[in-house]
Design a protein around this ligand. Sequence first.
Ligand SMILES: O=C(O)CCC(=O)C(=O)O
Length: 318
Amino acid sequence: MQNEPNLLKRQDIDALNTVETAFRSGPLAEALTSAPELERRRGLTREQFDREHRSPQRPVVLEGYAAHWPSVREWTFENLAVRCADVPVMVDSYTSRSARRTTFGEFVRLLDKNADSGSAPLYLQEWYYQTIAPELAPDMPELDIAQYDFRRDLYGEAASTNHQLWIGQRGGITRLHQDSYSVDVMHVQIVGEKRWHIMGPDAELLAGADGEARLEELCAAPGTRLMRFVLRPGDVLYLPSGWFHRIELINDSIGLGRKALDSGNLRAHVRQRVGELLALALNPDELRITHSELFDVVIARARALADRMDIDLSRLRQ
Ligand SMILES: O=C(O)CCC(=O)C(=O)O
């Protein structure tokens, strides 16, 4: 098994816990209190966005860019629960011990019960609603600034719109990660508020000879580029490929992850996709160890893609 030295990139449970703990106390938690806010801009045109953010790979929050979306104006947990009452979902899929299947209607009922009981917050993460509740899609129209998404050319129109909803309860957390497949993150906040902490693609957390994570070095390194910000309803985040991000739900929240592939990242994208599929096919036992928390999520992603591309998984060749 290859050992990834950068703890921020590892997906085994020990590394995930080390990084998550560092966000709660110690040098990294202290650095976060004075980390700069990410730039926020209002009224940017698509041309300005391309020139001033996408070309130079500069992250930004586009304030109120999606404020006119029907989902931003109308969605509540209650009305979604009525519309998607019987739709099957997997809750807490990012935490293998608590992942469970239920329906969307039941999930919203559980949120109420859970809030009263003081239990760990529930989070429906990376929900590929388009395969199972496509009627929601018109409430989240295409972003003009995401037109560059090369996945359309690569996979066809249907599979390119591989969007994910993130629906969870106050206090919920998505641990620090980089997005797979070299895609840019575009995240639209629909309901509630989320706090984001981000680090640049070159951020590196190594363990010393004593096995302890060198957090002071991470905080001091110029490549870390630690920043924070809050995303509010109607805001759209642009985070170029490779940026690390960690999210905390300030209150009950619904957000849309709308990923976009820059054609400059095409080779890396294909390499990662093919590499992942080969690993799943040829080396699943090792993958279960190295990706203990996310193995089922990786399978769910591959199934959603196959479904959108109309691929029959029972056949090797058409
Ligand atoms: O909102 C979250 O909890 C995570 C979102 C995320 O990681 C993404 O959109 O890439």
